[in-house]
Design a protein around this ligand. Structure first.
Ligand SMILES: [Zn+2]
Ligand SMILES: [Zn+2]
Length: 259
């Protein structure tokens, strides 16, 4: 299994960057995990968008789904789509419950509200559902955030294949540690320089991200959802201290082979 970072910014983009987007590939199967603002152009840098088999959205915040809008336009009005007519690719879009209504409200503000559900085969998932794409199996776990949010775990049916766990956006979470137990690669958010001073937790610091990696016994840890306005070296050092080993900061274009 391979994962390529297409975007790692939090809810506003880094310079020349993109919000959340990860390309997960295994034996020809291609899944786009989250599709935040800026991700569609990055996807095009590395792959043909019409070759994406499925998109999985962790939660319905703009920085995790907004580029479904240009992706839908390309699938609907791009020259190849126009030439293919009814035979054009229509990737499966796995999104949380309520997604259909959310997408209709967003694109309905200026045009046909069915843009996204027409471009994609939209399927709403529940936390205990299991999604299959080729040899890949995705499972979900609710994590604490400001809207209904799912960590996503990818396994493969192929022998010797690795396992990838994505924490999505999350505050500190025992459930995430348990869900990610013994994973080969944990991509975990490290949005904050300091914990939120008050109110419910919905994000983590780098030190907390490292601690989650250690508690999950993850083999490899990558921090993401970290703005370029913060010091990446400091975040890495804080996470390595609590993780107890080397930690990487997500970098656009980086590809990780799992395991
Ligand atoms: Zn986010
Ligand atoms: Zn979020």
């Amino acid at each position: 299994m391979e994962v390529t970072i297409l975007g790692k910014s939090p809810s506003w983009q880094d310079v020349d960057g993109a919000c959340s987007g990860y390309l997960v590939e295994e034996d020809g199967a291609r899944v786009l995990l989250d599709c935040g603002n800026g991700v569609f152009a990055k996807l095009r840098r590395y792959r043909d968008y019409s070759s994406v088999d499925a998109v999985v959205i962790s939660h319905l915040h703009a920085d995790h789904f907004l580029d479904l809008v240009p992706f839908s336009y390309a699938l609907t009005y791009g020259p190849r789509a126009q030439a293919a007519g009814a035979d054009r690719p229509r990737p499966v879009l796995h999104a949380p419950e309520g997604a259909t209504e959310t997408f209709r409200r967003v694109v309905g503000a200026w045009g046909g509200e069915d843009l996204v559900e027409s471009a994609f085969d939209l399927q709403e998932y529940r936390p205990d559902d299991v999604v299959h794409v080729g040899p890949l199996t995705a499972r979900f776990r609710l994590v604490p955030h400001f809207t209904r949010t799912h960590a996503v775990d990818f396994r493969s049916a192929l022998e010797g294949a690795g396992r990838l766990t994505y924490g999505a956006d999350s505050g500190p979470s025992d459930a995430l540690c348990e869900f990610a137990r013994d994973t080969d690669l944990l991509i975990v958010e490290a949005t904050l320089p300091e914990p939120e001073p008050e109110g419910p937790r919905g994000h983590m610091t780098a030190a907390e991200a490292g601690e989650h990696g250690r508690r999950a016994d993850a083999r490899r840890l990558v921090l993401t959802h970290l703005t370029d306005e913060l010091d990446a070296d400091r975040a890495r050092a804080e996470a390595e201290r609590t993780f107890g080993g080397p930690v990487e900061i997500a970098r656009e274009g980086a590809t990780y082979a799992v395991p």
